[in-house]
Design a protein around this ligand. Sequence first.
Ligand code: PLP
Length: 423
Amino acid sequence: MVKPNPRPELVLSKDPVRHYSKSTKLADVCYDIRGPVMDEAKRIEDAGTTILKLNIGNPAPFGFLTPEGVARAVAQNLGASQGYADAKGITSAREAIEREAARIGIPDVGIEDIYLGNGVSELIVMSMQGLLNTGDEVLVPSPDYPLWSAAIRLAGGVPVHYRCDEDADWQPDMADIRNKTTNRSVAIVVINPNNPTGAVYTRPLLESMLGWARQHGLIVLADEIYSKITYEDAEYIPCGSIDEDVLVLTFDGLSKTYRAAGFRTGWMIISGPKHLARDYIEGLNVLAAMRLCANVPSQHGVESALSGYQSIQALTQPGGDLFEQRNRAWEGLTAIDGVSCVKPKGALYLFPKIDVTKFRVLDDEQFVFDLLHDRHILIVQGTAFNYPEPDHFRVVFLPPRDELAYAISEIGEFLTTYQQHPR
Ligand code: PLP
Protein backbone atom coordinates (compact mmCIF):
# COMPACT_ATOMS: atom_id res chain seq x y z
CA MET A 1 0.00 0.00 0.00
CA VAL A 2 1.28 3.45 -0.88
CA LYS A 3 1.72 5.53 2.23
CA PRO A 4 0.32 9.05 1.97
CA ASN A 5 2.97 11.75 2.06
CA PRO A 6 3.18 13.38 5.46
CA ARG A 7 1.53 16.78 5.41
CA PRO A 8 4.05 19.63 5.49
CA GLU A 9 4.16 21.39 8.81
CA LEU A 10 2.13 24.58 8.89
CA VAL A 11 4.49 27.40 9.75
CA LEU A 12 2.67 30.32 11.21
CA SER A 13 3.72 33.63 9.72
CA LYS A 14 4.70 36.40 12.11
CA ASP A 15 3.00 38.87 9.79
CA PRO A 16 -0.74 38.13 9.99
CA VAL A 17 -1.50 40.13 6.82
CA ARG A 18 -1.23 38.05 3.70
CA HIS A 19 -0.60 39.79 0.37
CA TYR A 20 -1.97 38.43 -2.85
CA SER A 21 0.04 38.74 -6.04
CA LYS A 22 -0.79 38.02 -9.65
CA SER A 23 0.49 34.72 -10.96
CA THR A 24 3.95 34.57 -12.45
CA LYS A 25 2.28 33.56 -15.72
CA LEU A 26 1.21 37.19 -16.03
CA ALA A 27 4.68 38.63 -15.44
CA ASP A 28 5.33 39.58 -19.07
CA VAL A 29 1.75 39.92 -20.20
CA CYS A 30 0.74 43.46 -21.02
CA TYR A 31 -2.10 45.12 -22.86
CA ASP A 32 -1.40 48.85 -22.80
CA ILE A 33 -4.33 49.90 -25.02
CA ARG A 34 -6.33 49.61 -21.81
CA GLY A 35 -3.34 50.36 -19.57
CA PRO A 36 -2.25 53.19 -17.24
CA VAL A 37 -3.04 56.02 -19.67
CA MET A 38 -6.64 54.82 -19.93
CA ASP A 39 -6.83 54.63 -16.11
CA GLU A 40 -5.70 58.25 -15.96
CA ALA A 41 -8.28 59.25 -18.57
CA LYS A 42 -10.97 57.62 -16.45
CA ARG A 43 -9.77 59.52 -13.38
CA ILE A 44 -9.95 62.82 -15.30
CA GLU A 45 -13.41 61.97 -16.61
CA ASP A 46 -14.68 60.98 -13.18
CA ALA A 47 -13.58 64.43 -12.02
CA GLY A 48 -15.95 65.93 -14.60
CA THR A 49 -13.81 66.69 -17.66
CA THR A 50 -14.83 65.36 -21.08
CA ILE A 51 -12.15 63.51 -23.00
CA LEU A 52 -12.09 63.08 -26.74
CA LYS A 53 -11.27 59.41 -27.19
CA LEU A 54 -9.33 58.39 -30.24
CA ASN A 55 -7.95 55.31 -28.54
CA ILE A 56 -10.21 52.31 -29.11
CA GLY A 57 -11.87 50.84 -32.19
CA ASN A 58 -15.32 50.66 -30.64
CA PRO A 59 -17.75 51.75 -33.37
CA ALA A 60 -21.11 52.00 -31.53
CA PRO A 61 -20.30 54.92 -29.15
CA PHE A 62 -19.49 56.99 -32.27
CA GLY A 63 -22.91 56.30 -33.78
CA PHE A 64 -21.87 53.37 -35.98
CA LEU A 65 -24.69 51.09 -34.95
CA THR A 66 -25.31 47.39 -35.37
CA PRO A 67 -27.42 46.68 -38.49
CA GLU A 68 -31.07 46.45 -37.47
CA GLY A 69 -31.54 42.94 -38.86
CA VAL A 70 -28.67 41.64 -36.72
CA ALA A 71 -29.96 43.30 -33.55
CA ARG A 72 -33.50 42.05 -34.29
CA ALA A 73 -32.35 38.46 -34.81
CA VAL A 74 -30.66 38.58 -31.41
CA ALA A 75 -33.69 40.12 -29.69
CA GLN A 76 -36.14 37.68 -31.28
CA ASN A 77 -34.10 34.70 -30.16
CA LEU A 78 -33.55 35.70 -26.56
CA GLY A 79 -36.14 33.18 -25.45
CA ALA A 80 -34.35 30.42 -27.34
CA SER A 81 -31.00 31.43 -25.82
CA GLN A 82 -31.54 30.59 -22.21
CA GLY A 83 -29.76 27.28 -22.11
CA TYR A 84 -26.17 26.33 -22.83
CA ALA A 85 -25.52 25.70 -26.51
CA ASP A 86 -23.07 23.44 -28.30
CA ALA A 87 -19.54 24.29 -27.10
CA LYS A 88 -18.50 25.19 -30.67
CA GLY A 89 -21.56 27.35 -31.35
CA ILE A 90 -25.16 27.20 -32.54
CA THR A 91 -25.83 25.43 -35.84
CA SER A 92 -27.40 28.36 -37.73
CA ALA A 93 -24.34 30.54 -37.04
CA ARG A 94 -21.85 27.83 -37.98
CA GLU A 95 -23.76 27.03 -41.18
CA ALA A 96 -23.73 30.70 -42.13
CA ILE A 97 -19.96 30.87 -41.48
CA GLU A 98 -19.49 27.68 -43.51
CA ARG A 99 -21.26 29.35 -46.48
CA GLU A 100 -19.20 32.50 -45.99
CA ALA A 101 -15.96 30.47 -46.00
CA ALA A 102 -16.98 28.90 -49.34
CA ARG A 103 -17.94 32.33 -50.71
CA ILE A 104 -14.55 33.87 -49.92
CA GLY A 105 -12.66 30.88 -51.29
CA ILE A 106 -11.54 28.96 -48.18
CA PRO A 107 -11.89 25.37 -49.41
CA ASP A 108 -13.28 22.33 -47.67
CA VAL A 109 -14.70 23.92 -44.52
CA GLY A 110 -17.47 22.07 -42.68
CA ILE A 111 -19.34 23.19 -39.60
CA GLU A 112 -17.12 20.97 -37.45
CA ASP A 113 -14.20 23.24 -38.44
CA ILE A 114 -15.89 26.33 -37.01
CA TYR A 115 -15.81 27.63 -33.43
CA LEU A 116 -17.84 30.53 -32.07
CA GLY A 117 -16.28 32.49 -29.22
CA ASN A 118 -16.86 35.45 -26.92
CA GLY A 119 -15.20 37.75 -29.41
CA VAL A 120 -12.11 36.98 -31.44
CA SER A 121 -10.25 37.86 -28.22
CA GLU A 122 -11.36 34.68 -26.46
CA LEU A 123 -10.53 32.55 -29.49
CA ILE A 124 -7.04 34.05 -29.74
CA VAL A 125 -6.36 33.13 -26.11
CA MET A 126 -7.90 29.68 -26.60
CA SER A 127 -5.96 28.93 -29.78
CA MET A 128 -2.68 29.84 -28.08
CA GLN A 129 -3.46 27.93 -24.86
CA GLY A 130 -4.23 24.87 -26.95
CA LEU A 131 -1.09 25.08 -29.09
CA LEU A 132 1.93 26.33 -27.22
CA ASN A 133 4.42 24.64 -24.95
CA THR A 134 6.90 26.64 -22.88
CA GLY A 135 9.42 28.32 -25.14
CA ASP A 136 7.55 27.73 -28.42
CA GLU A 137 7.95 30.73 -30.70
CA VAL A 138 5.24 32.50 -32.68
CA LEU A 139 6.10 35.10 -35.32
CA VAL A 140 4.03 38.23 -34.71
CA PRO A 141 4.01 41.48 -36.68
CA SER A 142 5.53 44.65 -35.27
CA PRO A 143 3.57 46.78 -34.78
CA ASP A 144 1.04 44.17 -33.61
CA TYR A 145 -2.40 44.01 -32.10
CA PRO A 146 -0.99 43.45 -28.61
CA LEU A 147 -3.52 40.83 -27.52
CA TRP A 148 -1.61 38.38 -29.71
CA SER A 149 1.70 38.90 -27.90
CA ALA A 150 -0.08 38.83 -24.54
CA ALA A 151 -1.93 35.58 -25.35
CA ILE A 152 1.27 33.92 -26.59
CA ARG A 153 3.12 34.85 -23.37
CA LEU A 154 0.22 33.74 -21.19
CA ALA A 155 0.38 30.35 -22.89
CA GLY A 156 4.11 30.07 -22.11
CA GLY A 157 5.21 30.90 -25.65
CA VAL A 158 7.54 33.57 -26.97
CA PRO A 159 6.31 36.21 -29.42
CA VAL A 160 9.04 36.94 -31.96
CA HIS A 161 8.24 40.20 -33.70
CA TYR A 162 8.82 40.52 -37.43
CA ARG A 163 9.15 43.92 -39.01
CA CYS A 164 6.47 45.54 -41.10
CA ASP A 165 8.01 48.12 -43.40
CA GLU A 166 6.59 51.63 -43.20
CA ASP A 167 8.38 52.55 -46.44
CA ALA A 168 6.58 49.71 -48.22
CA ASP A 169 3.06 50.64 -47.08
CA TRP A 170 3.63 48.65 -43.87
CA GLN A 171 3.78 45.31 -45.71
CA PRO A 172 5.60 42.58 -43.71
CA ASP A 173 9.31 42.31 -44.44
CA MET A 174 9.88 38.77 -45.76
CA ALA A 175 13.65 38.96 -45.18
CA ASP A 176 13.03 39.67 -41.51
CA ILE A 177 10.50 36.81 -41.27
CA ARG A 178 13.10 34.47 -42.77
CA ASN A 179 15.76 35.67 -40.33
CA LYS A 180 13.55 35.24 -37.31
CA THR A 181 12.21 31.77 -38.08
CA THR A 182 13.91 29.12 -35.93
CA ASN A 183 13.28 25.47 -35.22
CA ARG A 184 11.17 26.59 -32.23
CA SER A 185 8.78 28.56 -34.49
CA VAL A 186 5.34 26.95 -34.61
CA ALA A 187 3.09 29.63 -36.09
CA ILE A 188 2.92 33.04 -37.72
CA VAL A 189 0.31 35.71 -37.03
CA VAL A 190 -0.99 37.68 -40.03
CA ILE A 191 -3.29 40.64 -39.27
CA ASN A 192 -4.93 41.68 -42.52
CA PRO A 193 -6.38 44.32 -42.93
CA ASN A 194 -4.06 45.53 -40.23
CA ASN A 195 -4.55 47.14 -36.87
CA PRO A 196 -2.78 49.52 -36.15
CA THR A 197 -1.29 50.40 -39.58
CA GLY A 198 -4.32 50.08 -41.88
CA ALA A 199 -2.25 48.05 -44.36
CA VAL A 200 -4.02 45.59 -46.67
CA TYR A 201 -1.64 42.91 -47.89
CA THR A 202 -1.07 42.17 -51.57
CA ARG A 203 -1.50 38.72 -53.08
CA PRO A 204 2.20 38.23 -53.93
CA LEU A 205 3.14 39.10 -50.33
CA LEU A 206 0.55 36.71 -48.89
CA GLU A 207 1.71 33.99 -51.28
CA SER A 208 5.28 34.46 -50.04
CA MET A 209 4.15 34.30 -46.42
CA LEU A 210 2.06 31.18 -46.96
CA GLY A 211 4.87 29.61 -48.99
CA TRP A 212 7.28 30.23 -46.13
CA ALA A 213 4.74 28.78 -43.67
CA ARG A 214 4.37 25.63 -45.83
CA GLN A 215 8.13 25.18 -46.10
CA HIS A 216 8.60 25.40 -42.32
CA GLY A 217 5.39 23.74 -41.13
CA LEU A 218 4.11 26.95 -39.52
CA ILE A 219 0.42 27.34 -38.70
CA VAL A 220 -0.94 30.61 -40.09
CA LEU A 221 -3.03 32.54 -37.56
CA ALA A 222 -5.00 34.89 -39.80
CA ASP A 223 -6.67 37.68 -37.81
CA GLU A 224 -9.08 39.03 -40.43
CA ILE A 225 -11.53 40.88 -38.20
CA TYR A 226 -11.39 43.90 -40.57
CA SER A 227 -11.98 41.72 -43.65
CA LYS A 228 -14.81 43.88 -45.00
CA ILE A 229 -13.38 47.27 -43.99
CA THR A 230 -11.28 48.25 -47.00
CA TYR A 231 -11.06 51.51 -48.97
CA GLU A 232 -10.72 52.37 -52.64
CA ASP A 233 -9.05 49.63 -54.65
CA ALA A 234 -7.65 47.65 -51.71
CA GLU A 235 -8.62 43.99 -51.97
CA TYR A 236 -8.89 41.70 -48.97
CA ILE A 237 -7.48 38.27 -49.78
CA PRO A 238 -8.19 35.59 -47.15
CA CYS A 239 -5.07 33.66 -46.08
CA GLY A 240 -7.19 30.51 -46.02
CA SER A 241 -7.84 30.83 -49.78
CA ILE A 242 -4.18 30.85 -50.82
CA ASP A 243 -2.61 27.46 -50.20
CA GLU A 244 -4.62 24.43 -49.19
CA ASP A 245 -1.48 22.69 -47.92
CA VAL A 246 -1.06 25.16 -45.07
CA LEU A 247 -3.01 24.88 -41.82
CA VAL A 248 -4.77 28.23 -41.37
CA LEU A 249 -6.88 29.47 -38.46
CA THR A 250 -9.01 32.38 -39.69
CA PHE A 251 -10.53 34.78 -37.15
CA ASP A 252 -13.41 37.18 -37.83
CA GLY A 253 -16.48 38.38 -35.96
CA LEU A 254 -19.29 40.85 -35.33
CA SER A 255 -17.29 43.55 -33.51
CA LYS A 256 -16.08 45.73 -36.39
CA THR A 257 -17.86 45.08 -39.71
CA TYR A 258 -21.19 44.69 -37.89
CA ARG A 259 -20.42 47.34 -35.23
CA ALA A 260 -21.47 44.99 -32.42
CA ALA A 261 -18.32 44.89 -30.26
CA GLY A 262 -20.41 44.58 -27.09
CA PHE A 263 -22.16 41.46 -28.35
CA ARG A 264 -18.85 39.60 -27.92
CA THR A 265 -19.22 37.23 -30.85
CA GLY A 266 -16.36 36.08 -33.02
CA TRP A 267 -15.50 32.94 -34.93
CA MET A 268 -12.52 30.82 -35.89
CA ILE A 269 -12.31 28.63 -39.00
CA ILE A 270 -9.78 25.82 -39.35
CA SER A 271 -8.74 25.04 -42.91
CA GLY A 272 -5.94 23.22 -44.73
CA PRO A 273 -4.46 19.83 -43.77
CA LYS A 274 -6.64 19.27 -40.71
CA HIS A 275 -5.58 15.62 -40.53
CA LEU A 276 -2.16 16.86 -39.40
CA ALA A 277 -3.76 18.79 -36.55
CA ARG A 278 -6.01 16.12 -35.02
CA ASP A 279 -4.33 16.36 -31.64
CA TYR A 280 -4.38 20.16 -31.59
CA ILE A 281 -8.05 20.14 -32.61
CA GLU A 282 -8.79 17.73 -29.77
CA GLY A 283 -7.15 20.26 -27.43
CA LEU A 284 -9.25 23.09 -28.87
CA ASN A 285 -12.39 21.02 -28.32
CA VAL A 286 -11.44 20.46 -24.68
CA LEU A 287 -10.88 24.20 -24.18
CA ALA A 288 -14.18 25.06 -25.90
CA ALA A 289 -16.00 22.53 -23.72
CA MET A 290 -14.37 23.81 -20.51
CA ARG A 291 -16.13 27.16 -20.90
CA LEU A 292 -19.35 25.28 -21.81
CA CYS A 293 -20.28 27.59 -24.69
CA ALA A 294 -19.92 31.15 -25.95
CA ASN A 295 -22.55 33.81 -25.29
CA VAL A 296 -25.65 32.40 -27.03
CA PRO A 297 -28.00 35.36 -27.76
CA SER A 298 -25.56 37.18 -30.03
CA GLN A 299 -24.73 34.04 -32.00
CA HIS A 300 -28.26 34.37 -33.37
CA GLY A 301 -27.12 37.56 -35.13
CA VAL A 302 -24.46 35.81 -37.21
CA GLU A 303 -26.72 34.37 -39.92
CA SER A 304 -28.38 37.73 -40.51
CA ALA A 305 -25.00 39.50 -40.47
CA LEU A 306 -23.44 37.30 -43.11
CA SER A 307 -26.37 37.07 -45.50
CA GLY A 308 -27.59 39.68 -47.92
CA TYR A 309 -26.89 43.40 -47.88
CA GLN A 310 -23.59 44.39 -46.24
CA SER A 311 -24.23 47.84 -44.81
CA ILE A 312 -20.51 48.39 -44.09
CA GLN A 313 -19.97 49.03 -47.81
CA ALA A 314 -21.99 52.24 -47.68
CA LEU A 315 -19.63 53.46 -44.95
CA THR A 316 -16.35 52.55 -46.66
CA GLN A 317 -17.08 53.86 -50.15
CA PRO A 318 -16.59 57.52 -51.24
CA GLY A 319 -19.18 59.65 -49.44
CA GLY A 320 -19.47 57.10 -46.62
CA ASP A 321 -18.56 58.25 -43.11
CA LEU A 322 -15.61 55.90 -42.59
CA PHE A 323 -14.15 56.77 -45.98
CA GLU A 324 -14.49 60.51 -45.46
CA GLN A 325 -13.28 60.41 -41.85
CA ARG A 326 -10.22 58.44 -42.88
CA ASN A 327 -9.43 61.08 -45.51
CA ARG A 328 -9.99 63.98 -43.16
CA ALA A 329 -7.81 62.46 -40.42
CA TRP A 330 -5.03 61.55 -42.84
CA GLU A 331 -5.04 64.98 -44.48
CA GLY A 332 -4.95 66.68 -41.07
CA LEU A 333 -2.11 64.57 -39.74
CA THR A 334 0.06 64.80 -42.84
CA ALA A 335 -0.43 68.57 -42.91
CA ILE A 336 1.48 68.81 -39.60
CA ASP A 337 5.07 69.65 -40.42
CA GLY A 338 7.07 66.87 -38.74
CA VAL A 339 4.37 64.17 -38.88
CA SER A 340 4.11 61.61 -41.69
CA CYS A 341 1.55 58.86 -42.15
CA VAL A 342 0.94 56.02 -44.60
CA LYS A 343 -2.66 56.34 -45.82
CA PRO A 344 -4.62 53.37 -44.42
CA LYS A 345 -6.24 51.08 -46.97
CA GLY A 346 -8.32 49.21 -44.43
CA ALA A 347 -9.54 49.03 -40.80
CA LEU A 348 -10.24 52.03 -38.54
CA TYR A 349 -6.83 53.43 -37.59
CA LEU A 350 -3.91 55.62 -38.59
CA PHE A 351 -0.38 55.03 -37.30
CA PRO A 352 1.51 58.31 -37.82
CA LYS A 353 5.20 58.88 -37.27
CA ILE A 354 6.63 61.80 -35.35
CA ASP A 355 9.85 63.26 -36.73
CA VAL A 356 11.91 63.19 -33.54
CA THR A 357 14.55 65.45 -35.02
CA LYS A 358 11.88 68.13 -35.07
CA PHE A 359 9.86 67.26 -31.96
CA ARG A 360 11.77 65.98 -28.95
CA VAL A 361 9.51 63.09 -28.11
CA LEU A 362 11.74 60.68 -26.24
CA ASP A 363 9.07 58.63 -24.51
CA ASP A 364 5.86 58.08 -26.45
CA GLU A 365 3.83 57.02 -23.40
CA GLN A 366 4.81 60.25 -21.63
CA PHE A 367 3.81 62.17 -24.77
CA VAL A 368 0.38 60.51 -24.72
CA PHE A 369 0.02 61.28 -20.98
CA ASP A 370 0.97 64.91 -21.56
CA LEU A 371 -1.46 65.26 -24.45
CA LEU A 372 -4.20 63.81 -22.26
CA HIS A 373 -3.53 66.27 -19.45
CA ASP A 374 -3.01 69.31 -21.63
CA ARG A 375 -5.66 68.82 -24.31
CA HIS A 376 -7.96 66.10 -22.98
CA ILE A 377 -7.38 63.99 -26.05
CA LEU A 378 -6.68 60.27 -25.69
CA ILE A 379 -4.55 58.37 -28.22
CA VAL A 380 -2.32 55.28 -27.86
CA GLN A 381 1.49 55.28 -27.95
CA GLY A 382 3.14 53.19 -30.68
CA THR A 383 5.17 51.14 -28.22
CA ALA A 384 1.89 49.72 -26.87
CA PHE A 385 1.76 47.82 -30.18
CA ASN A 386 5.21 46.32 -29.60
CA TYR A 387 6.73 48.82 -31.99
CA PRO A 388 10.41 49.24 -31.13
CA GLU A 389 10.82 53.02 -31.59
CA PRO A 390 8.96 55.53 -29.37
CA ASP A 391 8.00 57.74 -32.31
CA HIS A 392 4.54 56.60 -33.44
CA PHE A 393 1.02 56.83 -32.11
CA ARG A 394 -2.32 55.36 -33.12
CA VAL A 395 -5.43 57.38 -33.84
CA VAL A 396 -8.89 55.88 -34.36
CA PHE A 397 -10.88 57.66 -37.06
CA LEU A 398 -14.35 56.83 -35.72
CA PRO A 399 -15.29 60.34 -34.42
CA PRO A 400 -17.11 62.71 -36.78
CA ARG A 401 -15.06 64.84 -39.17
CA ASP A 402 -15.20 68.09 -37.21
CA GLU A 403 -14.09 66.35 -34.00
CA LEU A 404 -11.25 64.65 -35.84
CA ALA A 405 -10.16 67.94 -37.38
CA TYR A 406 -10.26 69.61 -33.96
CA ALA A 407 -8.33 66.78 -32.25
CA ILE A 408 -5.67 66.69 -34.94
CA SER A 409 -5.13 70.44 -34.92
CA GLU A 410 -4.74 70.20 -31.11
CA ILE A 411 -2.19 67.40 -31.52
CA GLY A 412 -0.27 69.51 -34.06
CA GLU A 413 -0.30 72.53 -31.78
CA PHE A 414 0.64 70.47 -28.74
CA LEU A 415 3.59 68.94 -30.58
CA THR A 416 5.10 72.41 -31.00
CA THR A 417 5.52 72.60 -27.20
CA TYR A 418 7.86 69.64 -27.56
CA GLN A 419 9.81 71.58 -30.13
CA GLN A 420 10.41 74.44 -27.75
CA HIS A 421 10.56 72.71 -24.36
CA PRO A 422 11.91 69.19 -24.49
CA ARG A 423 10.41 67.17 -21.63
N1 PLP B 1 -8.11 41.39 -33.54
C1 PLP B 1 -7.83 42.65 -33.92
C2 PLP B 1 -6.80 42.88 -34.98
C3 PLP B 1 -8.50 43.72 -33.32
O1 PLP B 1 -8.20 44.97 -33.71
C4 PLP B 1 -9.47 43.47 -32.31
C5 PLP B 1 -10.14 44.58 -31.63
O2 PLP B 1 -9.81 45.73 -31.75
C6 PLP B 1 -9.72 42.15 -31.96
C7 PLP B 1 -9.03 41.14 -32.60
C8 PLP B 1 -10.71 41.81 -30.89
O3 PLP B 1 -11.94 41.50 -31.44
P1 PLP B 1 -13.21 41.03 -30.61
O4 PLP B 1 -14.01 42.24 -30.28
O5 PLP B 1 -13.95 40.11 -31.54
O6 PLP B 1 -12.72 40.33 -29.39
